[in-house]
Design a protein around this ligand. Structure first.
Ligand code: FE2
Length: 267
């Protein structure tokens, strides 16, 4: 199998305009710095960028208009993508997007995949160079929910005799923060009941949501969490925003092994 690489970014929390600030912080500027860093350091080595959601906050039309302009989305595309973006030196760069809890699925579809009907949940799979990417949707609330249709979708796609990467917004295992771990799905065991029997084919799970970068595993399944391109949270029991560089994750898949490294972006 030939190898390839891609980058994950997550939790952009963009506002109604590029100039808008949240508590004195500019999510748009921070995202631009991340995209510039990707452009200058890894773009020539990767096949695509995938965002694991929370593009805007709150999920209003004005915010999506501004976000689409910022990212330089200018082509029609159908689900599951890729869309193509033009920002900070990235030209027509393949870009996948999976909505988070702060995203309106209909508006995401309208601005990123204008040729598609909006699904209720963003459950999709596609193959890239012999690897199956499984985008799964825990729903539009901070607290994840393992929907019956997502369970059915996941069970079905994981039957494929192909190495698979599960990509989702919300986290899938406790990280050790009371308020963030309260957002885990109540029926999380149902998720693992589907994944574990197929774990030999699952290279790993990429997620966002908690604005904290970590690496973990559950019964041998690698789990990779990623900090926000905007503001990170501290791993403590009550909400606490900290000022620290945004991260992105470079992922390489080669000979059935997935390895990653984190880039920290000075802003
Ligand atoms: Fe989130």
């Amino acid at each position: 199998m030939s190898g390839f690489s891609f980058v994950q970014i997550t939790d952009h929390h963009l506002l109604e305009s590029e100039d808008a600030m949240r508590d004195g912080f500019s999510p748009a500027y921070s995202l631009r710095m991340v995209m510039r860093h990707i452009s200058e350091h890894v773009a020539s080595k990767i096949d695509f960028i995938v965002s694991t959601g929370d593009l805007v906050e709150p999920e209003l039309e004005t915010h999506y208009q501004s976000a689409a302009k910022l990212l330089g989305v200018n082509s029609s595309a159908t689900l599951p993508g890729p869309q193509h973006i033009n920002i900070e030196g990235l030209k027509d760069f393949p870009f996948y997007f999976l909505p988070g809890n702060h995203d309106d699925r209909a508006l995401v579809t309208k601005y990123f995949f204008p040729e598609s009907q909006s699904p209720k949940l963003y459950n999709f799979s596609f193959e890239h160079k012999g690897v199956q990417f499984v985008f799964m949707d825990w729903g539009p609330r901070s607290k994840a929910h393992f929907f019956p249709e997502t369970r059915e979708f996941l069970a079905n796609v994981l039957k494929a005799e192909m190495p698979s990467v599960i990509v989702c917004h919300q986290h899938v295992k406790r990280i050790g923060s009371r308020w963030l771990d309260a957002f885990l799905a109540e029926n999380l065991n149902g998720f693992w009941d589907v994944v574990l029997p197929r774990q030999d084919n699952v290279l790993g799970i990429l997620c966002g949501h908690v604005h904290i970068t970590y690496e973990d595993e559950y019964r041998g399944v690698p789990i990779y969490g990623l900090s926000s391109t905007a503001f990170p949270f501290a791993k403590v029991d009550e909400p606490l925003v900290i000022l620290a560089p945004p991260h992105y994750r470079y992922v390489r898949i080669e000979d059935g092994v997935m390895t990653t490294r984190i880039y920290k972006v000075p802003i």
